[in-house]
Design a binder for this molecule. Structure first.
Ligand code: PMP
Length: 416
């Protein structure tokens, strides 16, 4: 890569850093900022997103969001809602029509029986559902078990509630399996709950029924709550199947199931998700939502209802496309000297072992960005025990993936 291009990337990086950290410090006296904030850092993934926005010709395998447009029937439903004047406040828990449609879906697809009047709250994406759930369930000092690596939001959500995330390292040799035995080893008298995520971001690992039965047995024995993040439930590759822990005996009352429209229906910008669980917990989440977001956007809720009613065929095509990309990328990455990756069963991420380079993963990611103009996420941004890995999202079509792989290979050849 030319010197001028490297300089441009450096300049853009500096601008982003200026904007994110220096300007707020200049404008707002540090003393105003609450002590809680010192426990929370910016997400390393947003950094990758910000860079991708600004560098010409860059291929982003960084941010985990679908590249598909939201299917037409969903967009049409939002337009109809807007034209009908669906632009006012809705109930805090979301329109009852949407909650009833979600209840039907949970019954048919997740084997979870809910009362839509009380057991479901529609939220501003899965992210808000996670944040509010942690606020409701976690008290200061409570320990919550989380996999390492994990989705970047879990740690800040737990910390913002005053809790302590306790990380359970995942072992690549065990296919990144979040298993009951390793979880059990981390349980202490302070452990209050556990966050599970299947299909898993960033490893793509899928927990099967037996895995979930084992985790459920632990949760019951030690009286733990379970936050089950199922936002990738639809992006799963045969023969793997999605299974919801809340459908197991005696688990509904201790589980909050979190789902989203962002990934399944390519609706990341619409900001619609939901939490389902026992009415006493959902009531508290709804109460808190009343005092922050108030509710999810009105016309987006109507669009979400249309998504559940209309998007069957589209979903099949989308998963077939992700499956083809996964197959291509797994093979191509394993052919790059120094890299290896196990085949994921779900989501749209490949968690790639780059330990043979003997360098910090952020340094490798930065080199790939500077030299090859491909954005990837460093494993260190996803967990302390995940140093040496890179996360690649296959949210671009195969021809672009091919180009990205060529550039990564060429860049890494210079590091060896
Ligand atoms: N959970 C996981 C595991 C995720 O990867 C994400 C988004 N990347 C979310 C929740 C939140 O998604 P959203 O708020 O768009 O529904």
């Amino acid at each position: 890569m030319s010197k001028s291009c490297t300089n441009l990337i450096e300049q853009i990086k500096n601008e982003i850093i200026d904007h994110k950290t220096i300007r707020p410090k200049d404008n707002v006296p540090q003393s105003f900022i609450s002590s809680r904030m010192s426990a929370i850092s910016f997400s390393g993934i947003r950094r990758s997103f910000d860079l991708a926005q600004k560098i010409p010709g860059l291929i982003s395998l960084g941010l985990g969001e679908p590249d598909f447009d939201t299917p037409l029937p969903i967009r049409e439903a939002a337009k109809v809602a807007l034209d009908k004047g669906d632009t006012h406040y809705t109930p805090n828990a979301g329109y009852i029509e949407l909650r009833k449609t979600i209840a039907k879906k949970l019954e048919l697809e997740n084997n979870i029986t809910t009362n839509p009047e009380q057991d479901i709250v529609v939220t501003v994406g899965g992210a808000e559902a996670l944040f509010l759930t942690c606020q409701v369930l976690v008290s200061p000092g409570d320990e919550v078990l989380v996999s390492d690596p994990a989705f970047v939001n879990y740690e800040p959500c737990i910390r913002a509630a005053g809790g302590v995330p306790v990380f359970v390292p995942l072992d690549e040799k065990l296919n990144f399996h979040f298993n009951a035995e390793t979880i059990k080893a981390k349980i202490t008298p302070k452990t209050k709950g556990i966050i599970i995520n299947s299909p898993h971001n960033p490893t793509g690992h899928v927990l099967n029924r037996k895995d979930l039965e084992d985790i459920a047995a632990l949760a019951i024995k030690y009286n733990l709550f379970v936050i089950s993040d199922e936002v990738y439930e639809k992006i799963i590759y045969s023969p793997a199947k999605h299974f919801s822990i809340a459908s197991l005996p005696n688990m509904f009352e201790r589980t909050i199931t979190i789902c989203s429209f962002s990934k399944s229906y390519a609706m990341s910008g619409w900001r619609i998700g939901y939490a389902a669980g026992d009415h006493s917990i959902i009531e508290q989440i709804t109460k808190l939502q009343q005092f922050c977001g108030i509710h999810a956007p009105s016309f987006a809720q109507r669009a979400a209802e249309a998504a559940l009613n209309n998007a069957g065929e589209w979903l099949k095509d989308m998963v077939t496309e992700y499956n083809a990309r996964r197959d291509f990328l797994v093979k191509a990455v394993n052919e790059i000297p120094g890299l290896s990756a196990v085949t994921p069963d779900g989501a749209f991420y490949l968690f790639v072992n780059a330990k043979s380079f003997g360098r910090p993963s952020q340094e490798i990611a930065d080199h790939i960005l500077n030299d090859g103009k491909v954005a990837v996420v460093a494993g260190s941004a996803l967990g302390k025990h995940s140093e040496g890995y890179l996360r690649l999202c296959y949210t671009v079509p195969v021809p672009k993936l091919k180009e990205a792989v060529m550039r990564i290979k060429a860049a890494l050849a210079k590091l060896r």
